[in-house]
Design a binder for this molecule. Structure first.
Ligand SMILES: NC(=O)c1ccc[n+]([C@@H]2O[C@H](COP(=O)([O-])OP(=O)(O)OC[C@H]3O[C@@H](n4cnc5c(N)ncnc54)[C@H](OP(=O)(O)O)[C@@H]3O)[C@@H](O)[C@H]2O)c1
Length: 295
């Protein structure tokens, strides 16, 4: 392996609260990038020096070496930074699928999301911006919030509000007209996403960072006709041929190569895994995506 991130679902698997996972003892980590150092006889589509990422979850990427079947890997381009190759799969692809698969969106349409500082959130902002869509973004109140807002604005965010700043009654109509809402937090901020949806809008839930349930008002269901859906990338991968995944990763890494998709990561050598895990767990406050490096 060259590099592998620590994602919230990796932590959830270790905590035993994720619906699927390997039986212990097992190696953590579900995505990352590796370099092929040897291939067995009969392997046709991979060669020494190729870069590969896991083609499915559960491979156990937090390790220096791994031996798996050819079909467990997806070959990726090598002309992008390793931290992007290591993180191209789970979060950017989730952002892309949620923009593509739920409601037809056209230029000028509004998407509202919470958890906008996450890698998924940052990708949603940029992929939406590339499609001429507007995004309303809800972030946590936390130290350094003005700098965070500035950064998301540069990525193309149309509106950015902290949870406390957001009073849907006070907002201009534009911000209350979202066709699609994306929720990875739950609790009150999921309610805020629903309040900013237009009539018959759809909210897709794909995470539960606050560990709080979603409360839906009766009027949102009856009078506004809000639709609630869920997304799980693993299900998408299970239901699509490997070529579709390869095409999607190519698209994402093409944007990275052209500097049209950027996000911050912090790289730490594998030996500092404890610090990286503490950062990922938020034990030292909000942190950017932690990426373990093995070289
Ligand atoms: N369903 C799927 O297939 C799928 C696929 C990919 C990701 N996901 C989910 O998407 C979400 C984002 O993943 P990621 O890897 O992009 O995240 P990430 O980059 O690791 O960032 C974590 C995000 O969670 C926020 N957060 C952390 N603790 C929180 C809390 N207690 N209350 C509210 N917000 C909190 C952080 O806000 P601050 O910046 O303010 O700290 C940050 O926005 C996760 O829930 C993940 O499980 C789901």
């Amino acid at each position: 392996m060259l590099a592998a991130p620590i994602n919230p679902s990796d932590i959830n698997r270790i905590e035993g609260v994720y619906p699927i996972g390997p039986s212990p003892p097992a190696v953590g980590g579900n995505e990352g990038v590796g370099e092929v150092i040897a291939v067995a006889e009969g392997v046709q589509n991979l060669a020494v020096n190729d870069w590969v990422i896991p083609a499915k979850a559960g491979l156990g990427t937090w390790r220096t070496y791994v031996v798996k079947e050819e079909t467990d890997w997806c070959k990726v381009r090598k002309d992008v930074p390793i931290e992007y190759a290591a993180t191209a799969f789970i979060n950017p692809c989730t952002a892309l699928r949620m923009l593509e698969d739920f409601v037809p969106l056209s230029e000028g349409d509004v998407v509202v999301q919470n958890g906008a500082t996450s890698i998924v959130g940052q990708c949603v902002i940029q992929l939406a911006h590339l499609r001429g869509l507007e995004t309303t973004n809800i972030i946590r109140d936390r130290p350094g919030v003005e700098e965070v807002k500035r950064r998301l604005k540069v990525l193309g965010a149309s509106g950015i509000f902290t949870e406390n700043e957001l009073d849907p009654k006070e907002l201009p109509a534009f911000f209350k007209d979202a066709k699609l809402g994306l929720n990875c937090v739950g609790g009150n901020t999921a309610t805020s996403v629903m309040k900013l949806l237009r009539e018959n809008g759809t909210m897709v839930t794909y995470g539960g960072m606050s560990k709080k349930p979603i409360t839906v008002s009766t009027s949102a269901m009856i009078f506004k006709g809000i639709e609630l859906k869920g997304f799980w990338l693993q299900k998408w991968v299970n239901n699509h041929p490997p070529a579709d995944l390869a095409k999607m990763i190519d698209y994402i890494l093409g944007l990275v190569h052209d500097k049209k998709l950027v996000y911050l990561t912090e790289q730490l050598p594998f030996i500092e895994f404890r610090k990286a895990l503490e950062n990922a767990l938020g034990m030292h406050g909000s942190s950017i995506k932690q990426v373990l490096t093995f070289t």
